[in-house]
Ligand binder design. Structure first.
Ligand code: DQA
Length: 147
């Protein structure tokens, strides 16, 4: 089964972007980690990144139509994109919101997620391991559905 791992703005710059906050691992490292986790969990993982809100909304529509689960790091869109939230509300499969950092422990504007209320659940603050935990959660949900 295919799972989309979608990443919002600035996440392609992992490794050089504020390494004190987001760590030294690069976006390519993240892609490899997700694929490897997918192999272990018997999921086909497709990782994408965009800085463009319209493109991200389009991918969410695609997932809704194809009933694909999503692991989503909405990055800054988390905090203000009602367009993304409305797209995600159309979901037809599990949605896990992930963050590398713990937004609740950072600036005030990061304390609000407009996405959280339409997600199945949220995992934040574990670095890239947040994605591993999210994929594990998706695998468990799919296995439970199959019973
Ligand atoms: C982030 C947290 C957001 O507040 C921020 O805008 C990001 C990354 C994270 O993964 O920790 O771009 O989503």
């Amino acid at each position: 089964r295919t799972v989309l791992v979608l990443n919002g703005p600035n996440l392609r710059r992992l490794g050089t972007r504020e390494p004190d906050v987001y760590g030294a691992a690069t976006f390519d490292d993240l892609v490899e980690l997700c694929r490897e986790t997918g192999r272990r969990l018997d999921l086909h993982v497709e990782v994408r990144q965009t800085d463009d809100e319209a493109e991200l909304v389009g991918w969410v529509h695609e997932a809704a139509d194809a009933r694909l689960p999503i692991v989503l790091n909405p990055a800054a869109f988390t905090h203000y994109s009602y367009a993304l939230r409305d797209a995600l509300a159309q979901r037809t499969a599990p949605l896990v919101e992930v963050h590398i950092s713990n937004p609740a422990a950072r600036e005030e504007f990061r304390h609000t997620s407009v996405v959280a209320g339409v997600a199945t659940g949220t995992i934040a603050g574990f670095g890239m391991t947040s994605y591993v935990l999210a994929l594990q959660a998706v695998a468990d949900m799919l296995a439970a559905e199959a019973i």
